[in-house]
Design a protein around this ligand. Structure first.
Ligand code: IVH
Length: 735
């Protein structure tokens, strides 16, 4: 299934035209969206947007913040780098934060960088300003700590403040010396650089993965990240990773007076310095390296995504310092996304879990930046019409270092005679039900997505929903991955979620079906590899016995499920993990969630109860009411509840807190806390934070310029507190 992509910024309003309200709304959306992309990129190694799209989001955020500095959020993406580290490895606080780089996408922007630096340093045109220039390696950064010349700690960047301890894994890299010798090695030395995988090693790894029936890595960066963050260092050791040094962190003695001298010193200590590292004096020197790298990009043998320029003199670097997440003394000059031309052979319509019809372009295979591309996303119906993409057209495809290539434009001069405009199907290609574009009642606008109305009778939706139901953040049933559930669905063994919990009654058939499927897969693979089929089939059958036993055990282990996971597993539109958790925390039992959601269709009281939850609006309310309003959903749900026990949600136990269990509304501008901080602290003390005032509200905390909520509180006789009074109540005054 094609992954969701963001709304393009091209159809968003110019920053100059935004009202403060619109700007605040967009900054909130951007903060959330960028944080989600960061988490996918840094933590899950699975980006869903191209680097160019990501950069566009950040740029828009920066532009809005520049125009409305007072609206900058506490969780602004400008104040963060990457995402908080995942929980699997021990956390390590970096002695010096690991920062990021600002990007330049054109020569003008690079020139502006040098002008800015000169202005900041009050240098004249004629004054010399040397800089280093080197490739920007597309890998992941690591910090290597040496004490008295011994490698003692290796960490990933994480969120820039705290990374993950991957020392054992980094030790397996041949490029990373275990000991450093020589008189010039400082007692404490942190070396920073990029861990990457070469193209040759990446291809060999993917071949091995394929032969073993494992998932393929989308690109060398993901392969490197996935390999470095293995809990078993033996796995990392089996995957050849490499390292280029590009800087340093804490040092007990200076490495040199300039960036270049320090880098050469590190090279002498045994760290690989990129062969294209050089020192320049004029902007043209930077562009010469950039042009050469762009020309020779595909021959280098590893992925790069631009060049990095750093002011050479370290005393000047110190004067320049940092802004937010990046140094003022360095800039990354990024390559434009890579493009190629090819033929569009077909447009295939895929159907997702929520019935969304997604068009996917099938292309004549073409190499774009060293990777063969044969599919591209077309987003939706309007996008196809806007670009007037027709089957048979020659199209320009773009790949920007990520997973999903895109169609940039049609080369109309080469359009074959008789090519007809693409007609988007009005019925679902899987089940034949009508596919419609919903109309938003408030705005009167048509949804961009056309959806199948077949609900659970649509096999595509049913299957995607089942996959969602067992996925990691939902029921998390190990061993019930993509092909297994597809096989069980095709064989009629699992049609609805509840069927999963009845499989034990049919264990012998499950066994037979899965064993047959495995044999078919093994035979296919053996044919591809030219190996003896019989041998493989036997191996597959033996494995299958154990697999079924394990699968049954995994299913049994999930008969009790937490409330947030359960709500999320239902796959209700617009209810992701965060909203599921909000509902769980607000209603505490599934019975209660169900009661309110069902009543929301007709009772004002239930609607108010839902809308009072901070973070729940009309969209979620409608989605809940729709889901629980459908008879077939209620039946499917009742069947699940016959098999599964949903735990009550219990708030984490708190030490006595006067606000535990109370409902609080924050309004107006707070002085000492940001709104998010206030909310987080209140929730940590066991309070519920609501978005609107009702008779159920216990406290309204009113900051400056509080408006209608304050008035409503007075009207209803709800206690109103100032920020100071609130802090005194929760025992944080004067902190
Ligand atoms: S210098 C304080 N040099 O790019 C800045 N970074 O987008 C330190 N990267 O986090 C970074 N090649 O992981 C630097 N030659 C290079 C690089 C490089 C790749 C990565 C690095 C950094 C990211 C910023």
């Amino acid at each position: 299934m094609a992954k969701k992509t963001r709304k393009s910024t091209a159809d968003t309003m110019p920053v100059a035209d935004l009202t403060p309200e619109e700007a605040a709304g967009e900054l909130a959306r951007l903060a959330e969206e960028i944080a989600a992309h960061d988490a996918r990129y840094y933590r899950e190694d699975a980006p869903t947007v191209s680097d160019a799209e990501y950069d566009a989001l950040r740029l828009r955020n920066r532009e809005i913040e520049a125009r409305f500095p007072l609206l900058r959020r506490a969780d602004s993406p400008e104040g963060r780098v990457g995402a908080a580290p995942s929980a699997r490895f021990e956390k390590v606080r970096h002695a010096r934060p690991m920062l990021s780089l600002d990007n330049a996408f054109s020569r003008e922007e690079v020139e502006e960088f040098f002008v800015r630096v000169r202005r900041f340093l009050k240098l004249g045109e004629a004054d010399e300003l040397a800089f280093t220039a080197e490739p920007k390696i597309d890998g992941l950064s690591a910090n290597l700590r040496y004490e008295k010349g011994r490698f003692v700690l290796g960490a990933t960047r994480g969120d820039g403040e705290e990374g993950e301890n991957v020392t054992a894994n980094l030790r397996t890299l041949g490029d990373i010396p275990e000991r450093l010798s020589g008189r010039s090695v400082p007692d404490i030395l942190e070396v920073r650089g990029e861990v990457y995988m070469s193209h040759a090693d990446f291809e060999a790894l993917n071949e091995r993965q394929q032969a073993e029936g494992k998932q393929l890595f989308a690109n060398p960066r993901n392969a490197a990240a996935g390999s470095l963050r293995q809990l078993d260092p033996a796995i990392t050791a089996a995957r050849p990773l490499r390292f280029f040094v590009h800087g340093w962190g804490e040092t007990s003695a200076p490495l040199g007076a300039t960036q270049s001298a320090a880098m050469r010193a590190l090279e002498r200590m045994g760290f690989p310095l990129n062969e294209h590292f050089r020192v320049g004096a004029r902007t043209d020197d930077a562009f010469a390296l950039y042009d050469m790298l762009e020309r020779r990009r595909s021959e280098l043998g590893y992925d790069i995504d631009g060049a990095v320029y750093k002011i050479d003199r370290l005393d000047l670097q110190a004067r320049l310092g940092f802004v937010a997440r990046a140094p003022r003394w360095a800039i990354a000059h990024k390559f434009a996304a890579e493009q190629a031309m090819t033929r569009l052979d077909d447009i295939e319509i895929q159907v997702g879990r929520t019935g969304a019809l997604t068009p996917v372009a099938r292309l004549a295979p073409v190499t774009v930046g060293g990777v063969v591309v044969s599919n591209a996303t077309l987003h939706n119906e309007d996008e196809i019409a806007r670009k007037d993409v027709r089957i048979g057209d020659m199209v320009v495809v773009q790949r920007a270092g990520d997973v999903i290539p895109q169609i940039v434009r049609v080369v109309t001069e080469e359009r074959p005679k008789g090519a007809k405009p693409f007609e988007f199907p009005k019925v679902c290609p899987v089940c034949g039900s009508h596919a419609v574009r919903e109309v938003n009642e408030k705005t009167g606008k048509e949804d961009v997505v056309r959806r199948c109305t077949g609900g659970l009778v649509c096999a595509a939706q049913a299957l995607e929903r089942l996959k969602h139901f067992v996925s990691r953040d939902a029921f998390d049933i190990e061993g019930l991955g993509g092909t297994t559930i597809e096989t069980l669905y095709e064989e009629g063994l699992v049609r609805r979620p509840a069927d999963i919990f009845c499989l034990h009654r049919d264990a012998a058939r499950v066994d037979a079906v899965l064993a047959r499927r495995r044999k078919e897969l093994a035979a296919e693979r053996a044919r591809a590899e030219g190996k003896a089929e019989d041998e493989k089939k036997k191996g597959a059958a033996r494995k299958s016995d154990k697999l079924v036993a394990n699968l049954m055990a995994a299913i049994e282990a999930r008969r009790t499920v937490s409330l947030p996971r359960f709500i999320y597993a239902l796959g209700i539109r617009h209810i992701g993990e965060t909203t599921a958790r909000l509902l769980a925390a607000s209603f505490e039992s599934f019975t209660e969630v169900q009661r309110v959601a069902r009543a929301a269709a007709s009772e004002e009281g239930a609607r108010e109860e839902l809308l009072a939850i901070d973070g729940i609006g009309e969209t979620v309310l409608e989605a809940l009411a729709d889901f629980f309003g459908e008879a077939h959903n209620r039946e499917a749900l009742a069947a699940i509840l016959d098999e599964v026990r949903v735990e009550r949600y219990t708030r984490p136990a708190r030490i006595e807190s006067p606000v535990a269990g109370k409902t609080v509304v924050f309004t107006g501008t707070l002085e000492r806390l940001t709104r998010n901080e206030a909310k987080a602290r209140a929730e940590a003390l066991g309070a519920k934070v609501a978005g609107s005032v009702s008779a159920k509200t216990d406290y309204v905390v009113a900051g400056a310029e509080a408006g209608s909520k304050l008035a409503k509180a007075r009207e209803l006789g709800v206690s109103v507190l100032t920020e100071e009074e609130w802090l005194a109540l929760v025992g944080e005054a004067g902190n």
